[in-house]
Design a binder for this molecule. Structure first.
Ligand code: CTP
Length: 408
């Protein structure tokens, strides 16, 4: 990352949201990686964080007034627009997204965005209901179609007390999006990747099912990361509340059996499989066509085993690379190693789900990527997007034959 960002000129646009203070961390990280940073703040942003902080971190004056010129012979919004290699709006409010989408340029930041030929990246942060508002979503979609890059917000407890999507993405994910833009890494071009994500649902009757709290975020992040690196991606996903990643073929399924069918169909034409779905190991033996009534005091459920999809992939494996996931609460490495052998895998990502920040519900992950020969690669606590890229980096480093295969 360091080499890629060295001497790159990044303009950070800060708008007026509570997450404005986090932009300071981004500026600091960019500087640490050798980039050059200039900051534009909207008037509202200056209410949340002092320009002095950003000035000190970036080593440059902070621009926030349309009509005060830092040098008498330069018009700031034009010179900043030309200076930028990339312009990142962090955090981006619903207001700035709406304005840019509709061509409004009424302050220094919006005029600079309008005038620049550099790539603009938005990292939205706002209240969940605002973020989900169809007007905001339509604006985001329209801007994406025009080539603007978005770093999706995370889910969690927001400053207003609400819980949901709208929290500014992890700073390392925003940094990664900026780096990716420069690298335009296409190291998966010509490779077909199969990713599974989310939970499965095993129905008892039309209104009840057995499931688990998997959010699908890890699988979606892997799919998005692979697509951004040029892969053709098939994403088989259980029911989740996430928007489809850009450039990915989606295959929504509900039950383990449906996932099994779809995965087996796609498998022969794929080179790598990331099996991150939390598949239900059992399903009710009987499905009741009508809602089960609470007539008796006890209800005994008989469950039968679902097929182990990954194990079957291991059995049918020709030259695919199989990456499994092991969510464990105890004997983590031991159990994960056992799964590598039993399922004929090349890699397994072992998660100790008892540790905070790891596992299938949050926006971060940490774990050990274990190879077939027992090498253990520790991946530290990172935002799930950055985590996905790290994991892909490690898998590719150890799979030189992929380069040959993609030319076949
Ligand atoms: N898996 C699968 N099909 C299943 C169960 C699991 O494909 N019916 C895959 C998961 O997607 C994951 C890996 O197998 O990549 C390990 O899943 P995990 O739930 O950790 O372990 P299990 O194999 O189910 O074993 P156990 O629950 O006993 O730990």
């Amino acid at each position: 990352m360091e080499a890629v960002l060295k001497e790159k000129k990044v303009v950070i646009g800060i708008t007026g949201g509570i997450a404005a203070y986090k932009a300071a961390e981004l500026v600091s990280s960019l500087m640490k990686h050798g980039a050059r940073a200039k900051v534009i703040m909207t008037k509202n942003a200056t209410e949340f964080i002092s320009p002095l902080t950003l000035e000190t971190l970036s080593g440059n004056p902070v621009y926030y007034d349309m009509f005060s010129r830092t040098s008498p012979w330069e018009i700031d919004h034009i010179s900043l627009a030309k200076w930028a290699d990339v312009l990142a709006v962090v955090p981006a409010t619903a207001n700035i997204i709406g304005k840019v989408c509709h061509g409004i340029a009424d302050d220094l930041l919006t005029t600079t965005i309008m005038a620049t030929q550099a790539q603009v990246i938005f990292a939205p942060a706002m209240n969940t209901n605002m973020y989900k508002n169809p007007i905001v979503q339509e604006n985001i979609e329209a801007l994406k179609k025009k080539g603007y890059i978005f770093v999706s917000p995370a889910e969690g407890r927001l400053a207003c007390g609400d819980v949901g999507e709208g929290k500014l993405a992890a700073i390392e994910d925003i940094l990664r999006a900026i780096t990716d833009y420069f690298v335009r890494k296409q190291d998966l071009k010509g490779i077909r990747v199969l990713v599974t994500a989310g939970p499965t649902r095993e129905y008892l009757d039309p209104v009840r099912f057995i499931s688990n709290p998997s959010s699908g975020k890890m699988g979606f992040a892997i799919a998005a990361a692979c697509a951004s690196r040029g892969a053709e991606v098939e994403l088989v996903t259980g029911p989740v509340r996430l928007s489809p990643p850009e450039g990915v073929n989606m295959h929504p399924v509900e039950t383990a059996l449906e996932m099994y069918e779809r995965v087996m169909k796609l498998y022969p034409s794929c080179h790598i499989v990331f099996k991150s779905a939390a598949v239900s190991d059992y399903r009710p033996q009987a499905y009741h066509e009508q809602k089960i009534k609470k007539d008796s005091d006890r209800l005994v459920l008989t469950l039968v085993k679902n097929p182990d999809i990954l194990k079957e992939l291991g059995r049918r494996k020709k030259d695919q690379i199989l990456v499994g996931f092991a969510a464990e609460t105890h004997n983590v490495l031991e159990n994960a190693m056992k799964k590598i052998r039993e399922k004929n895998l090349d890699f397994i990502l072992a998660n100790d789900v008892t540790q905070s920040g790891a596992g299938f519900m949050g926006d971060t992950n940490k774990g050990d990527l274990i190879t077939r020969v027992g090498e253990i690669i520790e991946i530290p606590l990172l935002g799930k997007n950055e985590f996905a890229h790290r994991m892909i980096d490690e898998v590719l480093k150890r799979s030189p034959h992929l380069a040959i295969r993609k030319n076949c």
